[in-house]
Design a protein around this ligand. Structure first.
Ligand SMILES: N[C@@H](CCC(=O)N[C@@H](CS)C(=O)NCC(=O)O)C(=O)O
Length: 229
């Protein structure tokens, strides 16, 4: 059985949605960020980078959200998380999957962590610059999803990645200015709406206390028994 090492509303949410979409049995093991369990020797043995998520598979542990998504997509082609090797638009799918992973997700983490890049007096400027980059990337994705709706529509892994990214952009960091206006990206907004109709989202809402409309009207996750954050 697959094992997902997760913390509520962390990047592991993307994989939970994919596992639910594929209707795969999996065990979800909380990683307690309050005690920095992601840096514990036991966790580092699975994922030396010390970040959440890690997915334990019959092929061994995998990390990096995009890599795990691609592994799920290729290992369970019946789930239709993306075009299989040799199918039409496989290249386009990989292009946008990597863009989400190496550019949008990565820059969003920079929005969340100005303290990693400079002293406190630079936080405001850092936030404005990085949020500006992510806004431009979202406009590019909005146009791409408008041009190729079938490639982006759930259960595509692109939708499962985009929904949480848009959610986090709207919510975090809690203390910073709110900058995302989802309504500026009409196609991505519609994609979020359709994601919210799916059983996978309903399962994630229950498991991680995400609220009724986690992508179009996100609110901070509620308290969860045994919360990992
Ligand atoms: N590149 C990684 C990023 C994962 C990541 O940044 N995870 C965050 C939670 S959303 C984390 O584990 N943070 C804990 C830490 O920085 O120690 C991926 O795509 O999975």
């Amino acid at each position: 059985m697959l094992t997902l090492h997760f913390a509520p509303d962390n990047a592991s949410l993307v994989l939970r949605l994919a596992l639910e979409e594929a209707r795969l049995p999996y065990r979800a093991v909380p990683v307690d960020r309050a005690t920095r369990a992601q840096k514990s020797p036991a966790y580092l043995a699975l994922n030396p980078v010390g970040l959440i998520p890690t997915l334990e598979t019959p092929d061994g542990p995998i990390a990096e959200t995009g890599a795990c998504l691609l592994w799920l997509c290729d290992t369970y082609p019946g789930a239709r998380l993306g075009p299989a090797v040799g199918e039409a638009r496989r290249g386009a799918f990989l292009r946008w999957l990597f863009y989400l992973s190496n550019t949008v997700h990565s820059d969003l983490i920079r929005v969340f962590h100005p303290e990693r890049y400079g002293p406190e007096e630079t936080f405001g400027l850092h936030h404005r610059i990085m949020a500006g980059h992510v806004s431009e990337q979202l406009a590019i994705l909005d146009a791409a999803a408008r041009a190729e709706p079938a490639l982006f529509a759930p259960p595509s892994a692109l939708a499962l990645y985009l929904g949480p990214l848009l959610r986090w952009a709207a919510l975090y960091p809690v203390a910073a200015d709110r900058w995302l206006r989802l309504g500026d990206y009409r196609t991505l907004q519609a994609l979020c709406r359709s994601l919210e109709e799916r059983e996978s989202t309903k399962a994630a809402i229950l498991a991680e206390a995400l609220g009724d409309r986690p992508f179009t009207a996100p609110r901070l996750p509620g308290p969860l028994a045994g919360s990992a954050t």
